[in-house]
Design a protein around this ligand. Structure first.
Ligand code: CTP
Ligand code: CA
Length: 226
C-alpha cells in the first residue's frame, strides 16, 4: 500500500502508457510478435490511476484484461501504436513507453494466406518508426519515460537509449535475471536519467515498480528533488 502522502500526486496530470507487444502481420493467419506480456505497462496504467492521473492506455498484444476505469485503446502494429500515441501526445504530461515495439515489419502484408513452396523462403522486413525517438524529438513539456529490456551490458545500452531518444528517465532491466523481465509478476529495474543511476530497485512486484517510477516522475515534474 502507498503512504497517504502519495495519494493524488498525479491529480490533474494526463498520463499516456503504451503496453504489450506489437503484432506485425505477414498474412491473414500469421504474424511477428515478441514475448512482452503487457504486465509492466498495465501495472503502470493502474498505478497512475491510483495516484490520481487521467490515464490513457494504448495496448498492443497482451493477455491482460482492460483495467477497470481506464480508457484502453487496443492497437496491433507499431504503426497503429505510433498513430495512437501521436493523437494524444501533445496534451499529455507523462508518457510511459513500456510497450515492446517491433523493430521491423514485413515489407508487404499478403492479403491471402502465403502457400508453402520451396525449401527456403525469405521474408523481407523493413524498420518500423521508432515511436519513442520521434516523441523525444517532438517533446515540449512532456515527461518521457522509456524502457530498455536488455540481456547484457544493461547500463551502457540503457544510457545510450536515454540519450538517443531524449527521454527524461529510462527504466532498464536485465531480462536474463531471475524474477525480472517478460511474463513475470516481479521485476528488478534500474532507473537512469541523463546524469546516471537514479534508483536501483530490488526484485519487487511490477505494481510496486510502477508506483516507485511514477512517484519519481511526479516529484521531478513538480520540480521537487528526489
Ligand atoms: N521503442 C519505440 N519504437 C520502436 C522501438 C522501440 O517506441 N520502434 C521504444 C520502446 O517502447 C522502449 C524503448 O524504445 O521504451 C527501447 O526499446 P528497445 O527495444 O529496448 O530499444 P531499441 O532502440 O529498439 O534498440 P534494440 O532493440 O536494438 O536494443
Ligand atoms: Ca527494439
Amino acid at each position: 500500500e502507498m503512504a497517504n502522502s502519495s495519494t493524488g500526486i498525479l491529480h490533474g496530470k494526463k498520463v499516456v502508457v503504451t503496453a504489450g507487444g506489437t503484432i506485425e502481420r505477414i498474412d491473414p493467419v500469421r504474424y511477428i510478435t515478441n514475448d512482452s506480456s503487457g504486465k509492466m505497462g498495465f501495472a503502470v496504467a493502474k498505478a497512475a490511476k491510483q495516484l490520481g492521473a487521467d490515464v490513457h492506455l494504448i495496448a498492443a498484444h497482451t493477455d491482460e484484461a482492460p483495467p477497470e476505469g481506464i480508457r484502453t485503446e487496443k492497437v496491433n502494429s507499431a504503426q497503429d501504436m505510433y498513430e495512437a500515441v501521436q493523437r494524444v501526445f501533445e496534451t499529455s504530461d507523462i508518457v510511459v513507453k513500456a510497450a515492446a515495439v517491433a523493430d521491423y515489419r514485413p515489407v508487404e502484408t499478403a492479403t491471402s494466406k502465403i502457400k508453402k513452396r520451396g525449401e527456403t523462403m525469405t521474408l523481407e522486413l523493413v524498420k518500423t518508426t521508432d515511436i519513442l525517438e520521434s516523441l523525444g524529438r517532438q517533446k515540449t513539456s512532456q515527461f518521457l519515460i522509456g524502457f530498455a529490456a536488455e540481456t547484457d551490458t544493461v547500463e551502457y545500452f540503457a544510457k545510450d537509449k536515454l540519450k538517443r531518444k531524449n527521454c527524461d528517465l529510462i527504466v532498464a532491466n536485465d531480462v536474463t535475471q531471475e524474477g525480472a523481465g517478460f511474463g513475470t509478476d516481479t521485476n528488478s529495474v534500474q532507473i537512469f536519467d541523463k546524469e546516471g543511476l537514479v534508483l536501483q530497485l530490488p526484485v519487487i512486484s511490477k505494481e510496486e515498480v510502477a508506483l516507485r517510477l511514477l512517484t519519481l516522475a511526479a516529484d521531478r515534474l513538480s520540480g521537487r528533488s528526489s
